[in-house]
Design a protein around this ligand. Sequence first.
Ligand SMILES: Cc1cc2nc3c(=O)[nH]c(=O)nc-3n(C[C@H](O)[C@H](O)[C@H](O)COP(=O)(O)OP(=O)(O)OC[C@H]3O[C@@H](n4cnc5c(N)ncnc54)[C@H](O)[C@@H]3O)c2cc1C
Length: 610
Amino acid sequence: MFNKFDSARRVQPVSTASTTKRASSTVDETPVLIVGGGPVGLTLALTLAHQGVAAILVERNPSTTTHPKMDITNGRSMELFRHLGVAGELRKVAVPEDHPFDVSWVTKLDGSELARFRYPTPAQRRALIHEWNDGTLALEPAMRVSQALLEPALKKILESRASQIDIRFGWALHTFAQDADGVDAVIRCAATGETRAIRAQFLAGCDGAGSTVRTGLGIDLDDIDPRRLAMRELGLRRLLPAAIRAYLSDRERPMDGRIFLIHFTSPNRELFEPFGTAWHTQSPEGWTLISQNDRDTWTLHTPIGVGTDADAIDPKQFLFTKLGVAFDCEIICANAWRPRLSLAAKYGHGRVWLAGDSAHQVVPAGGYGMNTGVGDAVGLGWMLAAILQGWGEHRLLEAYEAERRPVAIRNRTASARHTLVRLAIKTLYRKAIHSQGWNGERSRRRLGREILDLGNLENEADGIEFGYRYDDSPVICSEPHTAPADHMHAYAPGTRPGTRPPSLFLEDGGAVFDLFGLGFTLLRFADLDVDSLAAAAADRGVPLKIVDIRDSRARTLYERDLVMIRPDHHVAWRGNTVPDRPEAILDRIRGAAPAWTTRSAHRELVDSTS
Ligand SMILES: Cc1cc2nc3c(=O)[nH]c(=O)nc-3n(C[C@H](O)[C@H](O)[C@H](O)COP(=O)(O)OP(=O)(O)OC[C@H]3O[C@@H](n4cnc5c(N)ncnc54)[C@H](O)[C@@H]3O)c2cc1C
């Protein structure tokens, strides 16, 4: 039974520093029960630990994943990991910083390169970030790393640093039920069948695509079928001839939406990166080869056709056939998987909330799966901490959905768009690109040009990665009249409330992001008396750090004399004067404002200080 959360009721602050066993019973009590030890659950645990909140994390598997899955942690996630104090440690398991992110399109590994999209190495990107210093770039470069390496690194950091997080691998959430004050959960040990009861203030479902938590809440998934989307957007006139050509030339059956993955090691680096270091090597026939470490570990993803029995595929033979060459290798794992474009109708209710793949799933093109989930985890984490510590109120959780679900919708649209580009390139494939002589040469040149024309936005969409905004959040002092255009491809620095603020280095060389505190941070760019704001924060127990910055470039980029930054590095409010009623601002941003202050009252509040 999932009782509706009593939204009128204020959550009483509880001890957030430890997880305890209830005396005279076997019920473990904890502020937060995190279900799922994937990257999102682990990041949520880190965020809570950072905020001083205890949690129990249960993961049904005995260890972290061996499946390579994600291979890019984007700059925004790295900024958030930096704030959590773990970016440096995570980079130790990543591809070295002097390796590029190039994407190479080839006919075959031993054939010709059709097109190459060149991207700087993290080291070069770091130099650019310092050189440009105009707020357009993320503070941290993206990181190439396999999920199979990232998860253990996150887990190890938690185990070594976060004593208040009780990590239980090998334990699955079995059942749960919420009431107005908390959640009763039963967890079950996969190895022994033993069960235990847990009483939590909140439950976070970070349990991936098949989420027990989402199902338990009765929340539906809205699915876009990538094949129907392709049919609608690319049209039968384009898809059918391509499918017929593929069948006639290679007996290839039409794709049924599944991808076959082969994760393997091989010492033959030159064979896999014949045209120089490439992060992704892609073929217009449809396969993608991911270099996991530019050394000895690789993953091939290939669409498979209708009626193909994935279990009957011999991975080595499949690998050699697809890549057109045989070589020494060890298969780590091989299986079929089905990319999805799914979104949960709701992100939770009451005391039970979803984050990561339990709430949204995308096709990997663009790398928006885990990265979106990291944003969820950091967003949900600070809100739970604020409520549990008594300085935030329940409206924060309504805001969590209002903020994060539109981001997932936007990222799903972008992922679908990038997938269509890949498919469009597949429809341009002609066998002639493998021919010797003038016809082959001409076909390769033409296809190369077409690939370059279509571009590679999937690895360049700064607007998606950094430009997402919380326009409709009830806990942001939004400025409806100043909404700038929203572009997938570009991020425009600014401090409109709801945005991620621009990153830059100050005249003293320090990064402005490194000045942000655990709670709210008020950036003050002019000699203004903010005592009334500080007093209103203190009255409410809201942690507020006031940071004075006298730096003309920063003032220009930050657009106002006062800019309030949230714990998740989004702008909550800005103004050129201290508001007459600072408590109204604080109550809004900590989720305590009465159900939507009327629009005009809100506008007055914003206008009076802009
Ligand atoms: C081939 C591929 C490439 C990808 N590339 C990228 C990329 O480059 N960038 C990117 O951002 N994303 C990428 N993704 C997506 C990314 O892998 C997922 O978005 C990410 O794993 C989601 O993390 P999560 O923690 O939400 O869920 P998961 O990683 O699915 O973790 C959920 C965890 O919950 C556990 N669990 C489930 N049920 C229970 C239960 N009842 N009790 C306890 N534990 C439970 C599971 O065992 C699992 O460990 C890729 C995915 C694939 C398949």
